[in-house]
Design a binder for this molecule. Structure first.
Ligand code: GTR
Length: 413
């Protein structure tokens, strides 16, 4: 286990964690809403956990419709990356529309003993941007306009191939014995406020009125991660009991919500996820609940908007989202200059989940104070703050791979 060295940020953290005016992690993770204390693992799993999960559904992310599945089609498999990897691609069709599908890309280490453990992560710009590999299909879904990647009118082109490969160090991942499974989030729900007509919402929500608890885009993206996991369970090349869900930024929020709801995920990794992800909302630093709902009204459920400026009234906060992952390994990563995502607030949530982890598995976050830059703290909860800006880098991946190795033999779920 790695422990962290105290830093200059220590003062800041102590102020935030001990001073009277500074927030402690409320609501108390081990107290039921009616005030009753939670004193055993079984009480956490049978009573408090369901209560917290329900509150996140009703107040923050909205409710995911039950029993909606996707069908696997068009599986292809080939050697790639100079023979170092097997590349698999398949479609996950959902709803009635023939065009509605998630196009999945996977790289597996070519030499492997048995099914490969994997990282499952959505990407922003299309699978073809993840690697220069010419065999990857160019995305056909909505993607954000981006000159450098040759995207105009939200349509991807060949020009984007490998354009975001810096975020996806495939050789590094397969070199450590893991696979990478990815799909573009636009295949699930285009990321703009369209009145919930397109993507998974268009396929499943019908014409009914949107209620306060209807799911938003984060819910739809998280649903897709679970459907990808279904398809891994059906393919013997993958060890679906060792599937780590990972996401950056808004997709880091998504990875946490996917891991909280779907306990099949082995490990949950949030990279620079900020407000509505790992950051503790009651701190009101960087992006706040009011600001995120104004700028991205389609991400959360309608009721979450009512907490803008009234964070103290929230019956949950983001440390409880991390606690929903227990006892599975959960990782929160921040970046030095990512003040919009509030690195200290992300650390405080990881600390705030510690009590639940200690109760249910006797292990938690081995850092009382915010670790020094690039000095990860790895227990059943992991945390690091990386030098640099808001991004997903090979340095982040190196820590995730170490964390995955550390927990390789931690019993799944
Ligand atoms: C920002 C947003 C953040 C974060 C980020 C991203 O504009 O305010 O919550 O999600 O985008 O996803 O890149």
């Amino acid at each position: 286990m790695k422990t962290a060295t105290p830093t200059i940020l220590t003062l800041l953290v102590s102020a935030a964690t001990s001073g009277q005016a500074a927030p402690t992690c409320e609501p108390h993770p081990l107290r039921m809403q009616d005030g009753a204390p939670v004193t055993s693992a079984s009480q956490w799993f049978d009573q408090r956990r369901p209560e917290v999960l329900e509150l996140f559904r009703a107040e923050v992310y909205g409710r995911t419709p039950a029993d909606k599945r996707a069908r696997v089609e068009h599986i292809t498999s080939a050697d790639a990356l100079d023979g170092a990897a097997t590349r698999k691609q398949w479609d996950l069709r959902y709803g009635a529309d023939r065009d509605a599908a998630v196009r999945v890309l996977a790289y597996l280490p070519k030499t492997r003993q048995g099914p490969a453990p994997v990282f499952v992560a959505l990407n922003f710009q299309g699978n073809h941007t993840v690697s220069p590999d010419p065999g990857v299909r160019v995305a056909t879904c909505w993607v954000r306009n981006n000159k450098a990647l040759g995207v105009d009118a939200n349509r991807a082109t060949e020009a984007g191939r490998g354009g975001v490969a810096g975020r996806w160090p495939v050789e590094q991942i397969i070199g450590r014995g893991y696979g990478l499974v990815t799909a573009c989030y636009g295949d699930l729900d285009p990321d703009f406020d369209d009145g919930f007509d397109n993507g998974v919402h268009g396929a499943f929500d019908g014409d009914g009125e949107r209620r306060d608890e209807s799911w938003g885009a984060i819910g739809a993206w998280a649903w897709g991660l679970s459907r990808i996991l279904d398809s891994l369970e059906a393919d013997a090349d993958f060890d679906a009991t060792r599937a780590a869900v990972l996401g950056h930024s808004r997709l880091g929020k998504t990875a946490l919500w996917a891991g909280a709801q779907d306990q099949r995920f082995w490990m949950i990794i949030s990279n620079n996820s900020g407000c509505g992800g790992a950051a503790y909302s009651r701190r009101k630093q960087g992006e706040t609940v009011a600001v995120i709902n104004k700028n991205f009204p389609h991400w959360f459920c309608k009721r979450f908007r009512s907490y803008g400026g009234r964070e103290d009234a929230l019956p949950v906060d983001q440390h409880l989202l991390l606690a929903l992952c227990a006892p599975r390994p959960v990782y929160v990563a921040s970046a030095q200059f990512d003040s919009w995502a509030d690195p200290l607030g992300e650390f405080l949530s990881a600390r705030g989940a510690d009590a639940v982890y200690r109760l249910v598995c006797g292990d938690g976050l081995p850092a009382e104070e915010m670790p020094a830059l690039d000095q990860p703290a790895h227990g059943r909860i992991g945390y690091h703050v990386r030098t640099g800006k808001h991004d997903l880098t090979p340095a982040d991946w190196e820590h995730y791979l170490d964390f995955a190795d550390l927990h390789r033999d931690t019993p799944p779920r």
